[in-house]
Design a protein around this ligand. Structure first.
Ligand code: COA
Length: 174
């Protein structure tokens, strides 16, 4: 996967207090509430990091939030953990992603997901993890992610994962 190219006039920034997050609406209340009310607090506490995509007018066209986490050995598929220790294993978490409704259907969701995965891959060169995991808010979100090699974790139909090996292959590194 080559580097992510933003549309003309768009820019990607780390979320800051000055950004107009109250106006963000992706049509999914849980996701709106996260960006409007919680993302900055969690970032200030070093629990997660949020990047926003600003449109040429300075409005938030979309965003994603990444965090670190752990998944128990037994919750991952057997082919992934075959040679791994039987303990909690480090994962990257794609915690949230959304595109403002005015910008939906223009491939910004794909663009943000590509950027999020690239960020995970690059961070993984320093802080290793065995997979990227995410929780889907609904079936529509699930089918969006399944187009990107994410697979369902055994025993949890709304928790998806992408192994670090598959991620590296997607980044053209294996
Ligand atoms: C899901 C979401 C991020 C997609 O963003 P988007 O910019 O509209 O998507 P794109 O234009 O990049 O679409 C890329 C592809 O995904 C498909 N797609 C878009 N929205 C989809 C959805 N909700 N479900 C399934 N597929 C979807 C498109 O048809 C397109 O497929 P194609 O390339 O075969 O035509 C956006 O609809 C959104 O913010 N939804 C509400 C929040 C949410 O569900 N977030 C995810 C969980 S945290």
């Amino acid at each position: 996967m080559s580097g992510v190219v933003l549309p003309e006039g768009f820019r990607l920034e780390t979320l800051e207090r000055r950004h107009p997050r109250r106006g963000f609406d992706c049509g999914e209340e849980l996701v709106n509430d996260w960006l409007r009310a919680k993302a900055l607090q969690h970032q200030d506490k070093r629990l997660s990091a949020t990047k926003i995509l600003l449109d040429p007018r300075g409005n938030i066209a979309g965003f994603f939030t990444l965090a670190t986490g752990q998944v128990d050995f037994g919750d991952l598929p057997s082919d992934l953990v075959r040679q791994l220790p039987r303990r909690a294993l480090p994962v990257a978490v794609l915690a949230w992603l959304g595109v403002n409704h005015a910008h939906q259907g223009r491939k910004l969701g794909d663009l943000l997901l590509a950027q999020a995965l690239r960020d995970c891959y690059e961070a993984g060169q320093t802080f290793a993890f065995v997979a990227v995991v995410l929780d889907c808010v609904n079936d529509r979100a699930k089918s969006f992610y399944e187009r990107w090699n994410f697979a369902v974790l055994p025993g949890n139909p709304y928790r998806l994962f992408l192994s670090a090996k598959t991620l590296a292959a997607m980044m053209g590194q294996t």
